[in-house]
Design a protein around this ligand. Structure first.
Ligand SMILES: NC(=O)c1ccc[n+]([C@@H]2O[C@H](COP(=O)([O-])OP(=O)(O)OC[C@H]3O[C@@H](n4cnc5c(N)ncnc54)[C@H](OP(=O)(O)O)[C@@H]3O)[C@@H](O)[C@H]2O)c1
Length: 236
């Protein structure tokens, strides 16, 4: 049975839990992680998922979790970097507080970076290791709906942090070819993970998660170093 680990699973309506449930249905063993262990445990129990604590901004918490996965499983097949935040909707470059920018980068970029560093030794023990960075069209230059060269709307801190996350995807893909690790960015689309957003056009969480699950389930000869939505390449 393949093993997947997902970060940032603290909410019933979040993409993380839905991704975990879909992977479980496909036959994966799934570890969900959240900053608060009890929260992760409560979400995990009804779906027969495992739970661990991880704060992606805290290297020590990541190291403890990686050690536990090593002891319990000895390898990891799929890492889903889903933890994220700092949605500065309506924000502007000049109006954004620099501490907020630092927090966005520390979570959305460096959180995934720390996870990849800590879990790579376990990933290379898998016959088909995959990493999925949950990104956003807001981090694309030219995505026709959300891209920053197209959409005049806000989210400067969030968008630039996801742009940087996409850069991490590209750099890792180049570095990891010898290890056969596939790493891709996935935009789930605008998804109704918060109440009321469906009224603004957000789509069901299950549809957004399906694109993450698709990238998590790639075969050994699948693509790497690309940006996808719903299994289709979208522009950086
Ligand atoms: N919903 C959308 O339309 C959409 C569109 C594009 C991309 N995305 C991306 O999809 C991912 C999931 O988002 P979501 O919509 O499901 O919303 P969400 O509930 O806000 O998901 C983010 C999760 O990350 C966790 N998190 C934040 N900081 C963390 C940290 N330092 N360590 C560990 N976990 C942390 C949050 O947990 P806490 O409770 O601990 O804060 C939360 O569970 C995010 O990366 C988001 O940027 C979402």
């Amino acid at each position: 049975m393949e093993l997947a680990l997902i970060t940032g699973v603290s909410r019933q309506q979040g993409l993380g839990l839905e991704t975990a449930k879909q992977l479980k249905n496909k036959g994966f063993e799934v570890i969900i992680t959240a900053r608060d262990l009890e929260t992760a445990r409560q979400l995990a129990a009804p779906h027969d998922l495992k739970a661990l604590a991880i704060d992606v901004r805290n290297e020590q918490s990541i190291a403890v979790a990686a050690r536990q996965v090593e002891l319990d499983f000895g390898r990891l097949d799929v890492l889903v970097n889903n933890a994220g935040g700092y949605y500065d909707q309506g924000g502007t470059v000049l109006g954004t507080d620099m501490e907020y920018v630092a927090n966005a980068l520390d979570t959305n970029l460096m959180g995934a970076w720390r996870m990849i560093k800590a879990f790579k030794p376990l990933l290379i023990k898998s016959p088909n290791p995959r990493i999925v960075n949950v990104s956003s069209g807001a981090g694309s230059f030219s995505d026709e709906v959300f891209g920053m060269a197209v959409n005049p709307g806000g989210v400067p801190a969030y968008g630039i942090s996801k742009l940087a996350l996409n850069g991490l995807t590209i750099k890792c893909a180049r570095e990891f070819t010898a290890d056969s690790i596939k790493i891709n960015s996935v935009c789930p689309g605008f998804v109704a993970t918060y109440p009321g957003t469906e009224n603004w056009g957000a789509r069901p969480v299950s549809e957004g998660a399906a694109g993450i699950v698709w990238a998590a389930s790639l075969q050994a000869d699948g693509p790497t170093g690309q940006f996808f939505r719903d299994g289709k390449v979208i522009p950086w």
